[in-house]
Design a protein around this ligand. Structure first.
Ligand SMILES: [Zn+2]
Length: 136
């Protein structure tokens, strides 16, 4: 699993992580310190007033909306890399493709077709910073 924040981007604002920067993560999503502070303020205001501001996209220009598309795609790719890393982890513990498929609600064959090439590739071949791949 790649937990180096300088290789991640904030799933909320799209800012790339940097060395020494604050970033929390989980399940492939990351949040930078600025966004964490922002949302803490939003929640505090909501608790205090009971009023919620309209979503920010309501006031965004078309250009701003289009500018978010690559950031959303980058976040999706980040989550996809995390999923592959996680499948690599469970496979390294000896869990079967049937178990992986069962957890994802797909068949063993579908799980293998989706992940085997990436999971079984030597580290670095898929551009991932992977956990040690086991021989399971
Ligand atoms: Zn952010």
């Amino acid at each position: 699993m790649d937990a180096v924040t300088s290789r991640q981007s904030c799933s909320f604002c799209g800012e790339p992580g940097r060395d020494g920067g604050e970033m929390a993560g989980g399940l492939g999503a990351f949040i930078c310190g600025s966004c964490l502070d922002h949302f803490a303020g939003v929640f505090a205001e909501l608790r205090r007033t009971g009023r919620e501001d309209p979503p920010p996209w309501h006031s965004m220009s078309d250009a701003d909306l289009l500018g978010k598309l690559p950031l959303i795609a980058r976040t999706g790719a980040q989550v996809d890399r995390f999923l592959v890393d996680w499948v690599r982890l469970v496979r390294s513990r000896g869990l079967s493709w049937a178990q992986v498929g069962g957890a994802l609600g797909i068949s063993r064959q579908a799980a293998w077709e989706r992940f085997a090439r990436q999971v079984e590739a030597p580290s670095g071949d898929d551009g991932l910073h992977a956990v040690e791949a086991g021989s399971a």
